[in-house]
Design a protein around this ligand. Sequence first.
Ligand SMILES: [Zn+2]
Ligand SMILES: [Zn+2]
Length: 386
Amino acid sequence: MKNLLDVELQKIEKSLWKISKEMYENPELGDQEFESMNLLVTLLKEHEFQTEIGIVGRPTAFKSVFNSGKPGPTIAYLAEYDALPGIGHGCGHNLIGTMSVGAGIILSKIINKIGGSIVVLGTPAEETNGAKVPMSKKGIFDDIDVAMIVHPSDQSYISGDSLAMDAIQFAYTGKSSHASASPEEGINALDGVIQLFNGINALREHLPSDVRIHGIISEGGKAANVVPDFAVGQFYIRAKQRAYLDKVVEKVISIAQGAALMTGTTVEISNYELSYDDMITNQVLSDCFTNNLQQTSKLPINEAKQTYGSIDMGNVSHVVPAIHPYIGLNKPGLIAHTKEFAAQTTTEDGYETLKTGALALAYTGYDVLTDKKLLESIQQEFQRNK
Ligand SMILES: [Zn+2]
Ligand SMILES: [Zn+2]
């Protein structure tokens, strides 16, 4: 029956390709991806998916459901479609969106024979304020059994891990005065931020090497002859696991408070972007996907990459068994977040990636829907990791 999926793909592959190219021509930033969302949602509606737009309070998020009407598991395919400022689809999310939508549609064509449901989730703003975070918190995955997404890359890689991340802002308030005529009247907010940097740099010596702390001074005063009464440092703090990251963040917050104390300033601490959890790959689901990708794609599949990035799929992987593998664009060494990467998504290789990725996702969905033992071991592994 799996072969029927190949036939179904042939019927829609040109439509998917056209959408991917239109997204490339008209890249939209996170939470503004209205046209991109419309292209995907229109195709899903044509294929009788019940679609709700604007879920979890995000205008460009959507949930599209195809229910066979027969009992069975629910498979979720996650679609991203946000681009990067000045670079366009340098992360290849035009292919992510079309691969996931394609997989959902072709699997829906045979699901009446096997039972279960398919959900395609449109997840905006992966590059900035990932909508998968509120989706994970607000129960969108409660009735879903597995969640899958596949990301384009230079080569194919098995689903691996990613760092947990908090984006924290430290806003120091002091008192302005003439920096030369009456410095003794001033309280320097910039000194608070500088001491925060110094304290963090001292902390680094005593952190494991997977921890990353990197920041900027986003406000540091207006003129050198005025004591700055307001200064802001923004940081990303990351670690391999959420539990350890929470400990590091606690230490950084103590440093920030110490910096306020020693400079006589006050500090306000807040999260300026959503927090991402570490990615926990479900190995059983991942093995199933890898086997299927080996059938659909001729490219070699490498071991999981050692990455120091953070993805909002991490949050999903904490609430439902999930994978986030990489699929090759047949250009080893190609670097993400570049115009070259974006251009590669529009080549023959990009077309091949779209087709083989959508098919491997659909095959894997088929396996989960039809093999009870497979789903049981996926769920057992998920419970063990909890
Ligand atoms: Zn990216
Ligand atoms: Zn990406």
